[in-house]
Design a protein around this ligand. Structure first.
Ligand code: PEP
Ligand code: CO
Length: 446
């Protein structure tokens, strides 16, 4: 019998935790969270694990996408538009490659941010604490705003619940019906080359569905047509929050982190002896780990042994984020070592976090060409190693932002300031996201 409990992580060093100024206030909030309802249920996590096991077998592909950091300034429109672009990408991937797509958002809980520096320099040595996501402090660059406030944990929980509710309504209540494939396109996308390509594909899908209807197939009763399964995920960074939302299933005695379906640990917190990995070892959710350039083949194999000792397919996803110029050099030895160890893994490519740079105009950005190049390098490395390139992890928004440069209707460096709205990392806009989906579909088809 395992001795793991949701607080076991407290015995290990926990990196990236905020400096909460008032421990009693934090403890009161965590106790309150522990008494609030779960956001997701154990049966859903098991169902997602089964879907991810299909990815392990090379029979499906995962699309995990959403904001770098969700904002407290949210609306039904922004959730709907994000969902639209993810549904569009998924339908492009499925239609063009004939591979089923597991759809997952960085949504309904993706608030906390790990930071490279604990402080931000406002100039002239005027240091304030870094922004750590709206679940911790405010993005506005003032010393008061950057004080960690535990009330924000509660606000994040309630926003996650509201977001989850809307996501469930959209995906189960008719909006995600394949017969609405035209409605997911946004006006600012429709006129672009990739929008027109999407429209042609959507017209084909319409025709096929009408044909099926004419053949007597009841599309209202067909689960894959009138609704979709859409899963939530976020980085398990603030371990007190995750602990409070971890619940024991009465019928099995197993622990589930009910803050989201899938939790991952980031590249900065994936240490084998660290608190984040210690926490994830005990929850039954499917889990993921980001692997950046400093990850070694031995690290990857050790993470498999630690997080998935029973070698259960679908339990563990490894997310490579090496950067476009380094993926061909760094990923192959890791793929080979994990394959040789016999551990079943879902291999996913995050082509965003290894390709961030500061543009000449001074904004943090990413170039669409680097993003696509990293995905191409990832596919090539997987093919050589004989493993299935199982998925894509991206930061995007449904809004018409100018945060990443490039794409077929290119955003220029000089345009970055026009609609640079992210609270953290630069996201692909809906046009760039569709562009990427067509590019990835081509790789999957080959
Ligand atoms: C992220 O996913 O936003 C992130 C910080 O990623 P990584 O841990 O890969 O740097
Ligand atoms: Co990010």
């Amino acid at each position: 019998m395992s001795t793991w409990t949701p607080s076991t992580w407290r015995a290990s060093p926990a990196l990236q935790q905020p400096d909460w100024p008032d421990q009693a206030a934090l403890d009161a909030v965590l106790a309150r969270l522990a008494a609030l309802p779960p956001l997701v249920f154990a049966g859903e996590m098991r169902s997602l694990t089964r879907s991810l096991a299909r990815v392990c077998e090379g029979k499906a592909f995962v699309l995990q996408a959403g904001d770098c950091a969700e904002s407290f300034d949210f609306s039904a429109d922004s959730i709907r538009d994000k969902l639209k672009v993810i549904l569009q990408m998924a339908v492009v991937l499925t239609y063009e490659s004939e591979v089923p797509v597991v759809k997952m958002g960085r949504i309904a809980g993706q608030f906390a941010k790990p930071r490279s520096e604990p402080t931000e320099d406002l100039g002239g040595g005027n240091l304030i604490p870094s922004f750590r996501g709206h679940i911790v402090n405010d993005d506005a660059p003032t010393a008061e705003g950057r004080v960690a406030n535990p009330q924000r944990l509660l606000q994040a929980y309630h926003q996650s619940a509201a977001t989850m509710n809307l996501v469930r309504a959209f995906t189960k209540g008719g909006f995600a019906d394949l017969r609405h494939v035209h409605l997911w396109d946004q006006p600012f996308v429709k006129s672009s080359p990739q929008g027109q390509r999407y429209e042609r594909m959507a017209a084909e899908i319409d025709r096929i569905l009408r044909f099926m209807g004419a053949c007597g197939i009841d599309l209202d009763a067909a689960a894959g047509v009138n609704s979709v399964d859409f899963w939530t995920s976020h980085e398990a960074l603030l371990l007190g929050y995750e602990e409070s939302l971890t619940r024991q299933e009465a019928s099995t005695g197993r622990w589930y982190d009910c803050s989201a379906h899938l939790l991952w640990v980031g590249d900065r917190t994936r240490h084998l002896d660290g608190a984040h990995v210690a926490f994830l070892t005990g929850v039954e959710n499917p889990v993921a780990v980001k692997l950046g350039p400093s990850a070694t083949p031995a690290d990857a194999v050790a993470l498999c042994q630690r997080l998935n000792p029973d070698a259960a397919p679908g339990r563990l996803t490894l997310v490579s984020r090496m950067g476009a110029t380094r993926v061909r050099e760094l990923l192959p030895p890791i793929l080979r070592a994990v394959k040789a160890s016999g551990h079943p893994v879902v291999w996913v490519c995050d082509p965003m976090h290894g390709n961030t740079y500061v543009s000449p105009s001074g904004r943090k950005t990413r170039n669409f060409d680097d993003v696509l190049a990293e995905v191409q390098g990832f596919f090539a490395a997987c093919r050589e190693a004989g493993v299935w390139p199982g998925g894509l992890h991206v930061e995007l928004t449904g809004e018409d932002v100018t945060e990443c440069v490039g794409g077929s209707e290119a955003v220029l460096d000089s345009q970055l300031a026009e609609r640079y709205l992210t609270t953290c990392d630069p996201r692909l806009n809906a046009r760039q996201s569709l562009d990427l989906a067509f590019g990835v579909a081509e790789l999957l088809r080959n």
